[in-house]
Design a protein around this ligand. Structure first.
Ligand code: 1WB
Ligand code: MN
Length: 357
């Protein structure tokens, strides 16, 4: 007898036509951002760019209830925790970004309401205007009942250690809502040697960008101000779990010689207390085993990274991961339910159904 484990995938991308249209304008505009390469491939098929366009991620992003849901059914994927795909609204000016974030959140909430056991959602917000972002964050959690937040790393080259963004962190902490820091291409200051050989992408640049972002936050002492803030990072922790011993050792040295601010806790302690990681796009059992042992089974969540990663291999990976069945249940759904406030299927009826299958 095998019981079906509820499968909640936690880094699943979508878009809406209005955001896609605005990104097409960015492609044709003067921005020198490294994101243009990616955005051009996905949104501007007229360019004849043979790269991403041919893979047609855009169809997968714009569709939620048709092909995506059918494929989820076929594979036994119970739920996608949806988030507006990178770079979200973060390349737009403050007014357009704020307006589009509201629209995207409304659409997302609609689809979650139509399919409450199949879709949950991370709300987007426009850090360009922290004050209005806080209002939208409150509306998204209290009003729309969304499950947390997505932030696509830097905003115009700035990171969340900058105190101007702390109202956003304060709001997330007060709302008990986790912020998923998702990659986008490296900021202008970081992009130099990442521009060749496709290294701007998920191959390398994305991880460097998000890793840099969260190390800035830890080393700045952000988590002394917001001790209950939860940050989620994908891609098996963007290499941070692997680096954390050295980050901790060298940060302590930097503190001792006055090159880094004093913090109440060590970098390793912040990683344990304030972070969770997902398995998106890293289907490597050794990396999973290491990450679980390093940051704890409670802090690792399953993700696919649809449509950028195919769904079936992500399911096969977790089905065959070298963990106990109770650990597999935590990875597949228990931790996601706790971190993102997704209602567990805990009714007696659901338990009996599960036992019967
Ligand atoms: C890719 C991956 C492209 C992600 C993306 O564009 C996003 C890629 C927004 O694999 O090329 C992602 O979310 O991991
Ligand atoms: Mn992703």
């Amino acid at each position: 007898m095998s019981t079906h484990l509820r499968r909640i995938a936690t880094e699943e991308a979508f878009s809406i036509p209005e955001v896609a249209a605005e990104l097409q304008k960015v492609v044709r505009g003067p921005s020198s951002s490294l994101d243009k390469l990616l955005v051009k491939g996905i949104y501007d098929h007229s360019s004849g760019d043979p790269g991403y366009g041919r893979m047609n991620f855009l169809d997968g992003l714009l569709d939620i209830e048709q092909r995506r849901l059918a494929e989820m059914d076929a594979l036994g994927v119970d739920m996608h925790l949806l988030s507006l795909t990178a770079p979200g609204v973060q390349m737009f000016d403050a007014d357009a970004a704020t307006e589009l974030a509201t629209l995207a959140n409304d659409r997302l909430a609609d689809v979650c309401r139509r399919h409450p056991t199949r879709f949950a959602g991370l709300a987007t917000f426009a850090p360009q205007s922290p004050k209005r972002a806080v209002k939208e964050m409150e509306r998204a959690i209290r009003g729309l009942r969304l499950n947390g937040f997505i932030l696509n790393s830097h905003t115009h080259g700035e990171y969340l250690d900058d105190p101007k963004y702390w109202p956003v962190l304060e709001a997330a902490e007060a709302l008990d809502a986790c912020i998923y820091i998702h990659p986008r291409a490296a900021s202008d200051g970081l992009k130099g040697p990442l521009q060749d050989y496709g290294m701007d992408s998920a191959m390398w640049g994305y991880g460097v960008e998000v890793g840099t972002h969260v190390v800035r936050m830890m080393a700045a002492g952000v988590f002394d101000h917001f001790p209950k803030l939860k940050i989620c990072i994908g891609h098996m922790g963007e290499a941070i779990p692997f680096w954390i011993w050295r980050i901790t050792f060298m940060n302590s040295r930097a503190q001792n010689i006055g090159r880094a601010p004093r913090t109440k806790l060590s970098m390793a302690e912040y990683l344990q207390r304030n972070f969770v990681v997902t398995t998106s796009g890293v289907e490597d059992p050794l990396a999973l085993d290491y990450t679980i042992r390093k940051i704890g089974i409670d802090n690792v969540l399953w993700a696919i990274d649809y449509p950028y990663q195919p769904q079936k291999p992500a399911v096969d990976f977790m089905d065959s991961a070298p963990v106990t069945e109770s650990q597999r249940a935590q990875l597949y759904h228990g931790n996601a339910e706790r971190i993102f406030h997704i209602a567990p299927l805990a009714t007696r009826a659901a338990r009996q159904t599960a036992q019967r299958t």
